[in-house]
Design a protein around this ligand. Structure first.
Ligand code: PLP
Ligand code: COI
Length: 366
């Protein structure tokens, strides 16, 4: 298969494909696909590419899905040198399989890798790796409403060495998991817990990188959120500006139609967020990416200037926020209809039900 843009001059990787002889039987797979949940079941295969200082990217393989064998001294287990991505494959009505803006995820993986002193996988190889896996596991892409195949590319330091320096040996992998809604309530509004004691990122830190450590830092506050009957946690920066949720960006809609989202070097640059801003701008909304203080949020809701707040990300798509809870307050959030209307427009594009005016879709199965 020649899959690589000839303009880049990169030869496609020649993947060695080993079929899983113990693949999940079709009837069992269909049962899983009927109700996939999120992130609990995995397809029959995975991608594995090696990198070393001396050999660069080499040994691209599609192998049966299964446990990795790691030296206990592997650097990732001690120093967390790891980055990952999240992107979905969507089945269209004609059976074809497409993904959404994979160049953006590929570039973000490169930026994350740079920050974590990991090697940068060429974007063309990133896209090819998704295509290789989806081609082998295409029967795992579900076709029910709002279902998709969630792809999880990740890269980590596997050199066995306890000295603290960037590893000389790295592995890049892609696994895939059939997915329904991230939240059990589907698109029902979620309640957000305000993390007043903990931050996920700091100035000059790794907040803009998609790296495991940021998520590790979010787990204790996320547990606080669950204890307080909230679905997600929202983080602030040192100036009490709103950053993002544990696994999603946040967007505010103002009475005059302006759509505002916090932007700063410590926030993950969400591809869903950027796409929604584009769709809102196409509809004539004014768009602002700027610091948003907690006071602006709370006062805006109280005065009626903020008419809607929602969360967005690959896993969550677009989910309205119905409440904000802190240690000593609870504030209901206003319900509007922009979140759900943008969700419909975005998912219509992703599932091939509406024209893809921006050329965001990339076919994976052909
Ligand atoms: N912020 C965080 C911390 C995330 O984990 C995610 C999800 O990937 C996002 C924002 C949204 O990013 P995207 O829309 O690219 O999935
Ligand atoms: C994604 O949306 O892809 C993420 O990585 C976030 C996580 C909550 C699953």
């Amino acid at each position: 298969m020649t899959l690589i843009d000839p303009d880049t001059g990169l030869d496609p990787l020649d993947f060695e494909v080993t079929k899983n002889l113990a693949a999940v039987p079709a009837a069992q797979r269909e049962e899983i696909l009927a109700n996939p949940g999120f992130g609990t079941r995995f397809t029959d295969h995975m991608v594995d590419i090696c990198w070393s200082v001396r050999g660069g990217w080499h040994r691209p393989r599609v192998t049966p899905y299964g446990p990795l064998s790691l030296d206990p001294a592997s650097a990732v287990l001690h120093y967390g040198q790891e980055v990952f991505e999240g992107i979905k494959a969507y089945r269209h009505a004609d059976g074809s399989i497409h993904t959404f803006r994979p160049d953006q995820n590929g570039r973000r993986l490169q930026r994350s890798a740079r920050r974590l002193a990991l090697p940068e996988l060429p974007v063309e190889y990133f896209v090819q790796s998704l295509r290789e896996l989806v081609t082998v596991d295409k029967d795992w892409v579900p076709s029910g409403p709002d279902q998709s195949l969630y792809l999880r590319p990740f890269m980590f330091a596997k050199e066995a060495f306890l000295g603290v320096r960037p590893a000389h040996k790295v592995g890049y992998y892609v696994i895939a998991s059939p997915a329904g809604s991230y939240f059990t309530g589907g698109v029902d509004p979620v309640t957000i817990w305000l993390s007043e004691d903990y931050a996920r990122a700091g100035k000059g830190g790794t907040g803009a990188a998609k790296t495991g450590g940021n998520y590790a830092a979010s787990l204790l506050p996320q547990s606080e959120a669950y204890e307080n009957e909230c679905d997600q946690v929202v983080f602030l920066d040192e100036h009490r500006n709103v950053e993002e949720l544990g696994g999603m960006n946040i967007v505010f809609v103002h009475k005059d139609g302006t759509v505002v989202t916090p932007m700063s070097p410590s926030i993950l640059e969400g591809i869903t967020r950027n796409s929604i801003l584009q769709l809102a701008e196409d509809r004539g909304h004014k768009i602002e990416g700027r610091p948003v203080s907690l006071e602006e949020w709370r006062e805006g809701v109280a005065s009626g200037d903020i008419v809607e707040v929602f969360a967005c990300g690959t896993a969550a798509v677009i989910t309205p926020i119905g409440g904000l809870k802190g240690r000593d307050f609870y504030e209901e959030q206003p319900a509007g209809d922009l979140a759900l209307s943008l969700r419909e427009e975005l998912t219509d594009i992703q599932y091939g039900r509406r024209e893809d005016k921006h050329g965001w879709l990339v076919r994976l199965d052909a």
